[in-house]
Ligand binder design. Structure first.
Ligand code: SF4
Ligand code: SF4
Length: 286
């Protein structure tokens, strides 16, 4: 049987928030019996755009991660609910049934992703229900996916085997797989959010003038083993991405023609900018 999955490409999300606004528009002031009670106008973010800043000035980037209910196949919220207040549909969607979930605050606490919000006025746990009422009515995409201007967010109705083939082909990842909840929300280019980069710039003195040194090969090493190589750009910048945070000691080795060899050692805790590496004065040609 085909089931719903959501795929978010982290590299294409630029924090426009249109998916979150569409979600608020859909559920704010609207009741969908059996699917969701109305979402409060303030305080809830059923689609929550989280962000992470990486690096140091001037080499900085910001990565955005839309987080919502993962519609887990092994969902702790279902185990915590009483009276069948949270159900897993045959198409993979998890619904917190509003008529049954009143007063069940333990459902909020059971979700390890922080995806369930507590409606104080209604005494009700609430989460994004994958726009199931729309899909049941024939929609092919969720509202968030429909309004996303970069197609960063897309919903897919697939057999599990076909979804797993997509996971392998596109290198998709889920949030905290170690929890074993088996999310149905996947992320593409997830390394941008969870990994670190190291970068720097090369400069040297040519004829007494400090210049950016472009076109120089920079080698990244760990435990004296080469793990990456790049070439400085027009501004003398170099950058390596995809390093594990808190992964220890590394070095970059720079072999610049007319300047000689330079080694910079550093420790990766999170993304870092090594600053300008001064190669000194260019050696005169023989
Ligand atoms: S609409 Fe698309 S680009 Fe905008 S915040 Fe949502 S996922 Fe990101
Ligand atoms: S993300 Fe949280 S609320 Fe959604 S199915 Fe998983 S455990 Fe339940």
């Amino acid at each position: 049987m085909k089931k719903w999955n959501l795929v978010v490409d982290v590299a294409k999300c630029f924090n426009c928030n249109l998916c979150a606004i569409a979600c608020s528009d859909e559920y704010g002031g609207n009741n969908f019996p059996g699917y969701a009670a109305e979402m409060p106008r303030l305080g809830h973010r059923w689609i929550d755009i989280r962000q992470k800043e990486r690096g140091d000035f001037p080499m900085v980037d910001v990565v955005y991660l839309p987080v919502t209910c993962n519609h887990c196949d092994d969902a702790p919220c279902i185990k915590a609910a009483k009276n069948g207040a949270v159900v897993k549909r045959d198409d993979g969607i998890v619904i917190i049934v509003p008529e049954k979930a009143v007063g069940q605050r333990q459902i909020v606490d059971a979700c390890p992703y922080g995806a369930v919000w507590w409606n104080e006025e209604k005494q009700l746990p609430q989460a994004w229900p994958f726009d199931a009422h729309l899909l049941d009515g024939g929609w092919k995409q969720t509202r968030g996916a429909q309004v996303c201007p970069t197609e960063a967010m897309k919903s897919h109705l697939l057999e599990d085997a076909d979804m797993q083939a997509m996971v392998r082909a596109e290198g998709l990842a889920v949030l905290q797989p170690e929890l074993g909840c088996k999310p149905r929300v996947y992320y593409k280019n997830f390394d941008r959010y969870q990994k670190a980069f190291v970068g720097g710039a090369l400069a040297g003195s040519i004829g007494g003038v400090l210049e950016c040194i472009a076109g120089v090969t920079v080698v990244l090493k760990r435990d004296n083993r080469k793990i990456g190589e790049t070439v400085t750009n027009t501004f003398g910048d170099f950058r390596f991405d995809g390093l594990d945070e808190n992964s220890g000691k590394y070095s970059v080795e720079i072999e610049a023609p007319n300047f000689g060899r330079k080694v910079v050692e550093f420790v990766v805790e999170s993304s870092l900018y090594l600053g300008t590496v001064d190669l000194g004065a260019a050696q005169a040609r023989a």
